[in-house]
Design a protein around this ligand. Structure first.
Ligand SMILES: Cc1cc2nc3c(=O)[nH]c(=O)nc-3n(C[C@H](O)[C@H](O)[C@H](O)COP(=O)(O)O)c2cc1C
Length: 283
């Protein structure tokens, strides 16, 4: 069955009026699901039986120069402007990405939930293995819940510090605990919120997908006036410390994969620090 009729209920519709048979959609499909009947100049199509194989990445739509492809699952989010110069974008993007910093001082004010939702609406475009989009978010928004997570993370640090268990950061645990006891927040650095990316414990790719999504979160945050920092202690504590696991109360079979503190930065960034040159090998 060929689904080349524009507007029918096929999973991906190809408009024969606008299609110029350039073949880009055929080249671009990651699973080679699009065909044009062996190059006979007919409008491309995806056989109906491939509906369940298609990973709905939307690349056929994204790369079609004639806007001739309409997936049923498409959100038709926006068409890219033809007037934006790639050179300007490249320079701006380079500056933007180099300016990203881990933020460890936050203003004592909550971020509006709508703003966080708008940020996550961009982050959902992060790549994921097989486009499974398996990342779930738990956003810690209430100050009480933040305090509880921080104090349970400190309890875990105390437990490890007093035990014979080895941990690479164990030598710094006493100073972290005493900073907490004197009223500082060495775990979430006074951030008002925590973004927890979680997913199924048995999914072999979930950790990578969550870390990729959080990286997008971190990169997009400054454009919303926010800053963030990986919450390494929360992540490690939540991997084994049952009271913290209970407090997070994630759905059965799901675990915290990684977490990021975030909020409005207290300080402005004025400089971009140096970094090692890239270690590139060619072969
Ligand atoms: C996986 C991961 C875990 C991290 N955990 C913490 C953390 O627990 N606390 C913290 O202050 N920074 C944490 N960081 C931030 C790093 O220290 C930071 O990225 C690094 O020092 C470079 O600074 P920059 O992010 O400003 O370029 C973490 C970063 C990564 C990638």
């Amino acid at each position: 069955m060929v689904n080349s009729e524009f507007g029918n209920m096929a999973m991906i519709s190809f408009n024969p009026e606008s299609c110029i048979n350039c073949g880009i959609c055929i080249d671009i499909c990651p699973l080679n699901l699009i065909s044009d009947n062996n190059y006979n100049n007919s409008t491309p199509f995806m056989p109906d039986e491939m509906d369940n194989v298609c990973m709905k990445c939307g690349n056929c739509e994204a790369f079609c120069p004639e806007n001739a492809i309409s997936p049923q699952f498409s959100t038709q989010y926006s068409q890219l402007s033809e007037t934006t110069s790639p050179e300007t974008e490249f320079e701006q993007l380079g500056l933007y990405m180099r300016r990203r910093r881990s933020i460890r001082n936050y203003r004592n004010e909550p971020v509006d939930q709508k703003k966080i939702e708008d940020l996550l609406d961009i982050v959902r475009y992060a790549p994921s293995g097989m486009n499974k989009q398996p990342v779930n978010w738990l956003i810690i928004h209430s100050p009480e819940k933040m305090q509880k997570i921080i104090s349970l993370t400190i309890d875990w640090l105390r437990e490890i510090a007093e035990s014979t268990v080895d941990h690479p950061l164990k030598p710094v645990f006493p100073s972290i605990i005493s900073a907490y006891e004197s009223g500082d927040d060495p775990v979430c650095r006074g951030a008002p919120h925590l973004a927890i990316a979680y997913g199924e414990v048995d999914d072999p790719m979930i950790y990578t997908d969550c870390v990729v999504a959080l990286s997008w979160f971190e990169l997009a945050a400054p454009s919303f006036g926010m800053g963030s920092c990986w919450a390494g202690f929360v992540k490690v504590a939540a991997s084994s410390y049952q009271p913290l696991i209970d407090e997070l109360n994630l759905p059965p079979g799901h675990v915290l994969q990684h977490a990021m503190m975030f909020g409005c930065p207290e300080y402005e960034i004025h400089n971009i620090p140096g970094r090692n040159p890239p270690n590139i090998n060619w072969s």
